[in-house]
Design a protein around this ligand. Structure first.
Ligand code: MCA
Length: 526
């Protein structure tokens, strides 16, 4: 009767005290808010403050996205989370030939400070924390945010938020990389240093397992490869001359929440414990904040179905519950129609309402880490931890995360797991309600939200106007200074900020860096 968990670990029909023989609560758990942080990073957790309800949103132009943010804020969202379109994520302007057909589709199109100003118009940046899902061009969007804040009269030390800035997982699972690993890591170290000096409350990176999970990674693979990436970033920053406690408190993480709640709770707890130990034992961090794995969670998009889409409301509620029981700091609950299209106003509101029900109508926020001491969850926490440590050891044996990426290790492990899931779904062994069981003879029609294709021409017009109006000499000399810094060792963010202030575009700044650093071409192993 033993079942296999998503990580391929056994789940017994019944657990009792013998599941925890040799299990020392003081060593494994400690107290909430204390090393090894198994029970959560804050002593009071949600009894002190609920998690941040942070709905990922953005589409079309800056004007449309700004309206959606204001609506989300009016509906009770507690933090913003910006989705950029693919051209922006790849460092191309909206009028670049390669951008054709993609402008404003999967997120908002941002070409320059002119767009960024509109995106945050009427939103006081000292009152809201903002996450930006941007990786290779993360430094540009952060600087644009700072420039808009300056225009609002908000100083950088008041800014709170996160840039995703996690290029390693782009090579593994997400795909929006630009530069090769070496300059990418150097840029990340420059960002850490810049934020330490200029924007001290900013979370400089969101080291993400979410996308690996969406690509098929098991829970153990998800945390193993994510923490291995984290180790690579820490090594990079230390090698660049930073003291670990100067940047580690501002590292953050991002995981998925699947419908398999027990293993997910175990996964979150195991990840916290592994990270605390790595930071303390391997890197000698002294500041307790350096040991705290703080994370955002998004419910598993890959588990949503286009068939009978309303069923997704139920899945998301279950997934969100798992994230909360696992002690997430920030949560995005997917909208029920996201397997079909971008969410409508109504479905986006329902997704947020799901979090509000969890926070204000259940009792799971009344006590910290409710699963502590549960035979099954403690056993699974230990098992997922052991499986993740084993995989992290394999990454180390290959010479660390970057070398393992170049061997294609993480990607092929994830693909194997994805194949297993697909086979189980096809054979019906893995039940997907509405897809391979409990289907309807006829699906009800659903009218999805569509992005107006005219916005591509609108963005091109805005760019033409910007190029005609700006001081081209100032842009050229700022871009030349940026290239010089990129060739040498000076922090590139300072000249980059000058260029963006002079209204250089996202594409122009990224092209300047492409000229110096080149672009990444995956090895044959991919
Ligand atoms: C799929 C899609 C795609 O591929 O495109 C994506 O990637 S979407 C990806 C979207 N990604 C995201 O949305 C990432 C979001 N990430 C974040 O917001 C951050 O990185 C985070 C995970 C650290 C959460 O930050 P946050 O500001 O929301 O929450 P925090 O936990 O830091 O809490 C805010 C402040 O309140 C304090 N605080 C919170 N709770 C407590 C408590 N119980 N007791 C005492 N203090 C507390 C914290 O110390 C902190 O202050 P202080 O700072 O002073 O200590």
């Amino acid at each position: 009767m033993t079942r296999e968990s998503e990580s391929g670990l056994p789940i017994e029909p019944v657990y009792g005290p013998d599941a925890l023989t040799d299990w020392d609560a003081a060593e494994k758990l400690g107290e909430p808010g204390k090393y090894p942080f198994t029970r959560g990073v804050y002593p009071s957790m949600y009894t002190g403050r609920p998690w941040t309800m942070r709905q990922y949103a953005g589409f079309g132009t800056a004007t449309e996205s700004n309206a959606r943010y204001k609506q989300l804020i009016a509906n009770g969202t507690m933090g913003l989370s910006v989705a950029f379109d693919l051209p922006t994520q790849m460092g191309h302007d909206s009028d670049a030939p390669i951008a054709s057909g993609e402008v404003g589709k999967v997120g908002v199109a941002i070409d320059s400070i002119d767009d960024m100003r509109v995106l945050f118009g009427g939103i006081p940046l000292d009152k809201v924390s903002t996450s930006m899902t941007i990786n290779a061009p993360a430094s540009l969007l952060l600087l644009l945010y700072q420039l808009v804040a300056e225009e609002q009269g908000v100083s950088a030390d008041k800014l709170t938020g996160t840039i995703q800035n996690d290029v390693l997982k782009e090579y593994i699972a997400r795909g929006t990389y630009i530069f090769p690993p070496k300059p990418s890591l150097r840029l990340i170290a420059d960002i850490f240093k810049y934020c330490k000096a200029e924007i001290p409350k900013w979370n400089t990176i969101s080291i993400s397992g979410y996308h690996m999970a969406e690509a098929g990674a098991s829970p153990a693979q998800e945390i193993a490869f994510t923490l291995a990436d984290g180790i690579e970033y820490v090594r990079t920053a230390v090698a660049a001359g930073m003291d670990v406690d100067d940047f580690a408190p501002r590292l953050s993480f991002f995981f998925v929440a699947r419908t398999t709640i027990l293993e997910e709770v175990a996964k979150f707890r195991a990840a916290r414990r592994i990270w605390a130990r790595v930071m303390k034992e391997e890197f000698g961090a002294k500041n307790p904040k350096s040991l705290m794995l703080r994370f955002h969670t998004q419910t598993a998009g890959v588990q949503l179905t286009a068939q009978q889409p309303e069923v997704n409301l139920v899945r998301v509620a279950v997934q969100g519950l798992g994230a909360v029981l696992g002690g997430t700091q920030s949560l995005h609950t997917n909208s029920f129609d996201e397997a079909i299209a971008l969410p409508t106003d109504k479905s986006a509101r329902l997704a947020l309402r799901t979090q509000q029900v969890l926070a204000y109508e259940t009792d799971v926020t009344a006590t910290v880490d409710p699963f502590a001491g549960s035979y099954v969850v403690e056993r699974m926490t230990d098992d997922v931890e052991a499986a993740a440590l084993e995989l992290m050891g394999k990454v180390e044996d290959l010479g660390g995360a970057v070398n393992a990426i170049e061997h294609g290790f993480q990607k092929s492990e994830i693909e194997r797991s994805a194949y297993r899931i697909a086979q189980e779904t096809d054979s019906g062994e893995r039940v997907v309600v509405g897809v391979n069981r409990f289907q309807l003879d006829e699906e009800e029609p659903y009218e999805p939200l569509r992005v107006d294709p005219a916005i591509e021409a609108q963005q091109a017009d805005r760019l033409a106007r910007l190029r005609a109006e700006r001081d081209q000499g100032a842009v050229d000399s700022a871009l030349a200074a940026l290239k010089k810094a990129a060739e040498g060792e000076d922090n590139v963010l300072y000249p980059m900020k000058d260029a963006l202030r002079a209204r250089a575009t996202v594409g122009e700044v990224c092209n300047a860096l492409r000229e110096v650093w080149g672009t990444y071409v995956p090895s044959d192993a991919f």
